[in-house]
Design a protein around this ligand. Structure first.
Ligand SMILES: *Cc1c(COP(=O)(O)O)cnc(C)c1O
Length: 359
């Protein structure tokens, strides 16, 4: 068996220790005589798995007691609709920041339910920066402000949480959740598709401040009401049990490895050295994002000569470095270096990039 260094943006690399444990427990979890996949979600074994996962993620993120933690289906994309359906609360307008492809998708969905005020946009410079806070045109009547703390495709990240003067802040943290400590109390709602930094695809983690629930837009399906899931421990219907279990193993792995403070230091170190290799390549490699908002998780780069892209990726693959193609909408390359990407993988990539440039 030869595991590669997998730089995929998602579904993405998982910690090898987690996969080993899942393998060991595949045929029988505990003394249950069955796989987690085969268990009733309401039985005591799965309930224990589910409760432990919630407890661990609450501990990792220091989630305040007045927030519900939900394990839902539909990915981050369902949240693009659930946010307005749940959070408009009688208002008819919401603020959105447009900093890239995922922001745009969230905006397109929200427009189906309310007036969207795009308070700031970086589209004029191809989404390579974050507009200055002083320039944002926030609407004091907005039900909430939605933003994308890390734009997975173009690699643009907010390195601080915006102040909204009391308007609930809603964040699509799909590609940066758990990558460093987070002040959850600053948010109204946080959501994240699991397949980047949490676990297998098919699960979304949603953290909702309790007072924002219970004023659903008329006509909203019960499945799209946060309160439905909060009142039923995320088991209103059959949840994605196996994905939930693997997420729980990832949470335990994070705790064993020093939690989010240690993860943040490691992630910063990994990102810093990869950007340094790009910046110090004499123009051979290039990252177009303004330095103050470069992502720690997704590092896009281009070659001076794009005709070499295919060769770069083919040679990289031979060296055990895979899934380096940029998103189909932007081209070039992208290295996603989530929590589970070992530092050794980043070092190996940097060494390969130096060799490739030399040759
Ligand atoms: C991947 C991603 C999504 C989409 O997630 P799905 O689980 O496929 O719905 C949304 N937002 C961001 C920031 C992402 O990285």
């Amino acid at each position: 068996m030869a595991r590669v260094f997998n730089f995929s943006a998602g579904p993405a690399v998982l910690p090898e220790k987690v996969l080993q444990q899942a393998k060991d427990e595949m045929l029988e979890w505990g003394k249950s005589g069955m796989s987690v996949m085969e268990m009733s979600h309401r039985g005591k074994d799965f309930m224990a798995i589910a409760e432990q996962a919630e407890k661990d993620v609450r501990e990792l993120l220091a989630v305040p007691a007045n927030y519900k933690v939900l394990f839902l289906q539909g990915g981050a994309t369902a949240q693009f609709a659930m946010a307005p359906m749940n959070l408009l609360r009688g208002k008819d307008t919401a603020d959105y920041l447009n900093t890239g492809d995922w922001s745009q998708k969230a905006i397109a969905e929200a427009k189906r339910y309310c007036k969207v005020n795009v308070a700031a946009s970086s589209e004029d410079k191809n989404f390579t920066y974050i507009p200055e806070r002083a320039q944002w045109k926030l609407n004091p009547e907005a039900a909430y402000l939605h933003y994308t703390p890390n734009e997975t495709i173009r690699g643009v990240e907010f390195h601080s949480i915006p102040d909204t003067h009391g308007v609930p802040l809603v964040a699509d943290l799909s590609s940066t959740i758990l990558s460093r400590p987070l002040d959850v109390g600053r948010f109204g709602v946080i959501y994240a598709g699991a397949q980047k930094n949490i676990g297998p695809a098919g699960l979304a983690l949603v953290i909702v401040r309790e007072d924002l629930m219970g004023q659903i837009l008329p006509g909203t399906p019960l499945m799209f009401d946060y309160k439905t899931h909060a009142d039923n421990g995320s088991m209103y219907n059959t949840p994605p049990t196996y994905a939930w279990y693997i997420a729980g193993l990832v949470f335990q792995w994070l705790k064993r490895n020093g939690g989010l403070a240690a993860m943040g230091e490691l992630n910063k170190r990994k990102a810093d050295k990869l950007y340094a290799a790009i910046d110090n390549s004499g123009g051979f490699y290039r990252n177009p994002v303004e330095k103050s908002c470069r992502s720690w998780m997704n590092v896009p780069f281009t070659l001076q000569d794009p005709k070499l892209d295919e060769t770069f990726m083919a040679e990289a693959k031979k060296a055990g470095l895979v899934a380096l193609a940029g998103h189909r909408s932007v081209g070039g390359m992208r290295a996603s270096i989530y929590n589970a990407m070992p530092e050794k993988g980043v070092d190996t990539l940097i060494e390969f990039m130096r060799e490739f440039a030399r040759n």
